[in-house]
Design a protein around this ligand. Structure first.
Ligand code: HEM
Length: 266
């Protein structure tokens, strides 16, 4: 293996053979896994966070501006999204030795332990009676991560977690220099540029998997030339439900704009 490759992928150097080499198959698998672990998870989270924020601000218009200007709000939305919609609904471990858990459950050597992340992350005793709901910034007991166990735990916990979702700001810590993470920053960039859902072209789930991934998620950037937003004539039929009935031209962050609420057909 070249020195360059060793430099690029330092994390995959552990499973080397006695000569300090990684065989070709293992190398390919590790690189492929890294792409999946780093890119697919982040891309999925990006779309889901965008969706959840669009839904949230539709129900809470007072937070519309925060999606554009408040990185902490967007990071909280990211953590809440990852908690409710982990990249994988389960995590697995294989017991290397017999062990008795604190709960009294005995696990035998060689047993496969499946951790149901969807249930764990929605435990009402930990996340509150509304644990099933998307509520960014919820108060949590000390020591509980806002994203639950969605990044795993222990020696195989996600190494890209801080990069993707930033760090959790604890009480008393300064916002200055705070790491918000790439997913929150990318999502905020969208909202800062006026991203809204396309009322004429709703998102669709990916039919090729039983997992809840979006297959397409069309959005519009009204007011941006070349953004794909429809013509002003089209907008006029549904943008403003008030007496004016014309494209109001306001940014979607304005409460007076009705991009989010298409009026009933006349
Ligand atoms: C929202 C984004 C992400 C999510 C939800 C996510 C989730 C996870 C989960 C659940 C695991 C397994 C943890 C365990 O078994 O305890 C994991 C492992 C891993 N993740 Fe991520 N991940 C994300 C982003 C990233 C990024 C950006 C990178 C790389 C830059 C990355 C690289 C890895 C690697 C290499 C592992 C394997 C660690 C090991 O087995 O030792 N992940 N991730």
């Amino acid at each position: 293996m070249s020195q360059t490759l060793r430099g690029i992928f330092p994390v995959i150097q552990t499973p080397l053979d006695a000569d300090g080499e990684l065989d070709e198959v293992s190398l390919r698998r590790e690189v492929a896994f890294y792409l999946l672990a780093g890119a697919h998870t982040s891309a999925t989270a990006f779309t889901r966070v965008t969706h959840n924020i669009l839904e949230w601000v539709s129900a809470h218009p007072e937070d519309r501006e925060r999606a554009r200007t408040d990185p902490m709000f967007v990071q909280q939305c990211t953590h809440e999204t990852v908690r409710l919609q982990p990249s994988s609904p389960v995590a697995m471990r294989w017991a290397l030795a017999d062990i008795d858990l604190g709960s009294g459950t005995h696990i035998s050597q060689g047993a496969r332990v499946v951790i149901d992340l969807s249930s764990v992350n929605r435990d009402a005793a930990v996340f509150g009676g509304d644990a099933d709901e998307f509520r960014p910034g919820r108060e949590l007991p000390e020591g509980v991560a806002p994203y639950g166990l969605s990044f795993g735990l222990g020696m195989h916990a996600c190494i890209g977690q801080d990069l993707a979702a930033g760090l959790v700001l604890h009480e008393g810590e300064s916002l200055e220099g705070h790491l918000f993470g790439l997913v929150p920053q990318a999502v905020q960039y969208l909202f800062d540029h006026g991203c809204v859902g396309d009322p004429d072209d709703p998102p669709e789930m990916d039919p090729s998997t039983t997992r809840p991934y979006f297959g397409r998620y069309p959005v519009l950037f009204p007011g941006t030339p070349g953004s794909g937003a429809r013509s002003p004539q089209d907008r006029a039929t549904w943008c403003c439900s008030g007496p004016v009935r014309r494209w109001c031209g306001a940014r979607p962050t304005s409460r007076s704009c009705c991009w989010q609420s298409r009026p009933p057909a006349p």
